[in-house]
Design a protein around this ligand. Structure first.
Ligand SMILES: Cc1cc2nc3c(=O)[nH]c(=O)nc-3n(C[C@H](O)[C@H](O)[C@H](O)COP(=O)(O)O)c2cc1C
Length: 368
């Protein structure tokens, strides 16, 4: 099925980050961490992907506090001593297998359902108290809450470095807390954290990055995940032109971001008219920074349809190879194919295409 896959296996180096190949395991919430602590089974799960030769493993989204950050059961945090010890076990297992691993720091923002948490009395946080544009479900974050949220992201990144993670990714995509500031439809603030200009709506993320950079030093790689699409609206396009995208990216680069992770549901979809460059392609071109692409690699259907029960077939990698050979983006993240099969990359490398499996949501039920 695939053409010449060699381009996927080229090493990648950016400062302290040295990867054996171009494949990134996409961050995927697995909800197998009772008490919000990643246990031995979680450590074994990540270690298997390192043994399977994945260039960079990004963890599932990890909560930055124990109150407002998550309403999803069994999602791990990086706050308590027990959780930090759990992550230390994950990191040492991955390193023993020769792998490289970064943590994704996650705050669900308005998508946290307080009723499902141990703190139903604490309201959820978001830029303007909105989950869906035009519909107020809570109060805009106060200055004190914004300060706390920033501090918690920074502390999470500092803890990650101390634990031994090789990099940190801030989850700035998919409508969660950071993304609620980026999108003009959910950020109606008129103070320094919002406004009509991209420089206003990037201020929250830029402050997190800037303060993290001050604490972790110049060499520790910082990534941010961005998406144009929103959970409430797959067709959302906060950046309507390359010029607007540049205005989004530049403050984040200036604050100290090293790599952009550009989330699409299908990596081959062009971002703007009159070019077939995708979101990562434009981001790499406009920011001058390495970019990770993602979305339906090696599978026929996309991931939100998979949640709803659609079964995906193994699919050709030819288009991915073409774009990577053209250097459109630097790295490619793979989600479901690696969730289901820790040896997916070895099978691709060795041309064992008859061993590639269909993906169905049954794979979510176990943590192999
Ligand atoms: C079970 C599951 C959990 C996910 N959890 C996260 C998450 O915690 N953070 C995140 O940024 N994206 C998350 N995603 C999105 C993936 O990172 C990825 O972008 C998406 O699955 C598309 O890649 P794929 O088509 O290769 O699966 C999740 C996807 C799946 C399937």
């Amino acid at each position: 099925m695939p053409g010449n896959v060699d381009v996927l296996f080229e090493p990648f180096e950016m400062g302290a980050l040295k990867l054996a190949n171009r494949i990134v395991m996409a961050p995927m919430t697995r909800s197998f961490s009772p008490g919000n602590v990643p246990g031995e089974d979680v450590a074994a799960y990540y270690r298997r992907r390192a043994e399977g030769g994945v260039g960079l493993i990004l963890t599932e989204g990890v909560s930055t506090n124990t109150t407002t950050a998550s309403g999803t059961p069994n999602v791990p945090n990086i706050v308590t001593d027990e959780a930090k010890a759990g992550w230390a076990r994950v990191v040492s297992g991955v390193k023993a297998a020769g792998g490289v691993i970064g943590v994704q720091l996650w705050h669900e923002g308005a998508f946290r359902n307080p009723a499902k948490t141990a703190h139903p009395d604490i309201p959820s946080w978001s830029a303007s108290g909105m989950k869906v544009p035009g519909k107020q479900v809570g109060a805009p974050m106060s200055d004190a809450e914004i300060e706390t949220a920033i501090t918690e992201f920074v502390d999470g990144a500092v803890a990650a470095k101390e634990i031994g993670f090789d990099c940190v990714e801030f989850h700035g995509a998919h409508s969660y807390l950071i993304d609620s500031f980026f999108w003009e439809e959910t950020n109606l603030r008129t103070d320094k954290w919002g406004g009509p200009n991209w420089s206003d709506r990037t201020a929250f993320a830029a402050e997190i990055i800037h303060r993290t950079r001050e604490r972790v030093g110049a060499d520790f790689p910082l990534l941010i995940r961005l998406s144009q699409w929103k959970q409430q609206d797959f067709s959302a396009r906060p950046a309507k032109s390359p010029d607007e995208l540049a205005q989004w990216l530049t403050p984040l680069v200036d604050a100290g971001i090293d790599i952009f992770h550009c989330s699409q549901r299908r990596f081959w979809e062009p971002e703007f008219e009159n070019s077939d460059l995708n979101f990562a392609g434009w981001t790499q071109k406009l920011s001058g920074k390495p970019a990770i692409s993602v979305g339906s690699v090696g599978l026929s259907g996309e991931f939100t349809a998979a949640y709803a029960g659609e079964v995906s077939q193994p699919a050709s990698l030819d288009e991915l190879i073409r774009r990577m050979e053209a250097r459109e983006f630097d790295l490619i993240a793979v989600g479901r194919a690696l969730l289901q099969d820790p040896d997916w990359l070895k099978k691709i490398r060795d041309g064992r295409n008859d061993e590639l499996a269909v993906f169905s949501k049954d794979a979510l039920a176990t943590l192999y």
